[in-house]
Design a protein around this ligand. Structure first.
Ligand SMILES: Nc1ncnc2c1ncn2[C@@H]1O[C@H](COP(=O)(O)OP(=O)(O)O)[C@@H](O)[C@H]1O
Ligand SMILES: [Mg+2]
Length: 260
């Protein structure tokens, strides 16, 4: 009946393994979603503080100049709040697994809106090099955003003294791929640990940091899962004491259409 079964696994054991794998996938996506919610709530709260403070300023100072300034700050803050809730709603609503031509540039920009203040707080300078002519990737935007947030948070956590993150988007030298690189100037990863970092539950962190992130060992495993499902690649380059780069390749969208 089941020629693929290995000798050591009974049908029951196989079903059990399959069930546990599915549970693990759920845990991975909940862990990243949890981090995203944590970040967004934090950012949202910050926007509210800005609104509150400028509203108070406007009430205290009745001159036109101050009121104009207060109102325009409130306007900016609420626009930011709308972007933040927009991202969260998109993540919560669109749980689809479908792939479509996706502009990675706007995903990068949206993710940075979310992390902007957190990065500033940890004295991390974020640079972007987003090639103007980079074609759309065949991707699930929400999933790629979660991958990106994971990589950015890991990068931030690897730079306890501050540093630089470079996000680069290019058309790959190899035909048919776009390449997304997240490079940090952090601690780097020891060579003997590199083979483990994509394993579920592998972590060198003692637990979540003060912003509630990391320490589950599920982030990179989830990233790999997502990139594999896109038939893409994710690889790491790291030098101890110098920094780490995660390089992702995703298929170009129009090529797939041409092939279809
Ligand atoms: N940018 C990075 N710099 C240094 N180490 C990293 C980086 N990204 C990941 N790592 C290492 O890989 C491990 C696994 O990462 P991850 O799966 O995201 O789990 P977690 O962040 O919960 O520890 C981390 O604990 C850390 O040791
Ligand atoms: Mg992580």
């Amino acid at each position: 009946m089941s020629p693929q079964l290995s000798d050591s696994q009974t049908p029951d054991a196989q079903a059990e393994i399959q069930y546990l794998r599915a549970e693990l996938r759920k845990m991975q996506s909940l862990a990243t979603l949890g981090e995203l919610m944590g970040t967004a709530t934090h950012e949202f709260n910050n926007v509210l503080m800005t609104v509150l403070n400028y509203a108070k300023l406007g009430i205290r100072n009745r001159d036109d100049a101050t009121r104009d300034k207060a109102l325009s700050k409130i306007l900016q803050a609420t626009e930011r709040a709308a972007k933040i809730t927009g991202t969260i709603l998109a993540q919560a609503r669109n749980r689809s697994e479908s792939f479509e031509p996706t502009d990675l540039k706007s995903i990068i920009e949206d993710s940075l809106v979310l992390l902007e203040r957190e990065m500033r707080k940890y004295r991390i300078h974020v640079e972007t090099e987003l090639g103007a002519e980079v074609p759309a990737a065949m991707a699930n935007g929400n999933q790629i955003q979660r991958v990106l947030l994971n990589l950015l948070i890991n990068a931030r956590q690897a730079m306890s003294e501050g540093g630089t993150i470079l996000i680069k988007l290019t058309r790959s030298a190899d035909e048919g791929w776009v390449e997304l690189t997240v490079r940090d100037s952090g601690s780097g990863i020891p060579k003997d640990q590199l083979p483990q970092i994509f394993d579920s539950f592998y972590t060198t962190k003692s637990g979540p940091d003060e912003s509630g992130k990391g320490g589950t060992g599920l982030g990179l495993a989830a990233c790999k899962e997502v990139i594999d499902s896109h038939k893409g690649r994710i690889r790491v380059e790291s030098t101890l004491g110098r920094g780490t780069a995660f390089i992702i390749r995703l298929p170009i969208a129009d090529q797939q259409q041409a092939a279809a």
